[in-house]
Ligand binder design. Structure first.
Ligand code: KIV
Ligand code: NA
Length: 277
């Protein structure tokens, strides 16, 4: 399989072909995603909740992200991979933003990075793009600043809030980002932004009008049990399958049904006596 580039994503948009995008954080899930034929993988800092067991994304570090991006690249060598810049890795200065974006490419071989915010991070987007790195913007509901947004709340549902989202979208494209992710925004606003911009506009919980859809693997594959956002459809129940398998294993061991002879090694014929000596 030939590896996709940003030009392939532009081409898909031009042809009206919807792009499919999911998160993955480790080797097995990345490998499943590539085998299934997904277009893009995000190594989201949702890592914090889905895999590391934190309450939110804020504690996730550059080291966490790099380590998981490397595992995902090993599992999905031919898929377009986006590394997610964690909270605190780009807020201080354009220098810090470029330095950490560069690490994603040099150390983890990702194809692009994503960072949260519109107008407020436009200088960081521009600096990273100027360094020759493909940038995905991320606006609307932005989990790293969910504290400032009063929790995980849909954005752009009234005129004032919608105006902020639209101004952010314009700022992201003007800063040079090659793609935009919109999260938790009404479909009407996403449709308006898609008409306004020329870069691909992707959605997570932002309706049906976008150029592509993103979901978190923990949500749509039923691995994450804490809560499920409204915009998620569940396509599999990994937690149920795993718990069921673990229960069967426990029962069979307790009842001495496992292991059976077929699972045991035996001494090579003719060696039995020598071993006992
Ligand atoms: O970290 C992540 O998975 C994300 C999505 C929620 C957009 O940024
Ligand atoms: Na994220």
């Amino acid at each position: 399989m030939k590896k996709k580039t940003i030009l392939d994503l532009y081409d898909m948009k031009k042809k009206g072909e919807i792009a499919t995008w999911m998160t993955a954080y480790d080797y097995p899930m990345a490998s499943f995603a590539e085998q299934a034929g997904i277009d893009m993988i995000l190594v989201g800092d949702s890592l914090g909740m889905i895999v590391l067991g934190y309450d939110g994304t804020v504690p996730v570090t550059m080291e966490d992200e790099i380590s998981h991006c490397k595992a995902v690249r090993r599992g999905a060598p031919s898929t377009f991979i986006i590394g997610d810049m964690p909270f605190g890795s780009y807020q201080e200065s354009t220098e810090q933003a470029v330095r950490n974006a560069v690490r994603f490419l040099k150390e983890a071989d990702v194809d692009a990075i994503k960072l949260e915010g519109g107008i407020r991070v436009a200088d960081k987007i521009k600096a990273i793009v100027d360094a020759g790195i493909v940038v995905f913007g991320h606006i609307g509901l932005t989990p790293q600043s969910s504290g400032a947004q009063g929790g995980f709340k849909a954005q752009g549902r009234n005129a004032e809030s919608a105006r902020y989202v639209i101004e952010d979208a314009i700022a992201v494209e003007k800063a040079g980002a090659q793609a935009l992710l919109i999260e938790g925004v009404p479909d009407e606003i996403t449709a308006f932004i898609k008409e306004l911009l020329s870069i691909p506009v992707y959605s997570i919980g932002a309706g049906i009008s976008a150029d592509g859809q993103l979901l978190i693997c923990g949500d749509f594959l039923g691995m994450f049990q804490e809560f499920t956002p409204k915009f998620v459809k569940k396509y599999a129940s990994i937690a149920e399958v795993a718990i069921g398998g673990i229960k069967d294993y426990i029962n069979e061991v307790k009842n001495k049904e496992f292991p059976k002879d077929e699972h045991c090694y035996h001494i090579i014929k003719g060696e039995e006596d020598k071993v006992k000596k």
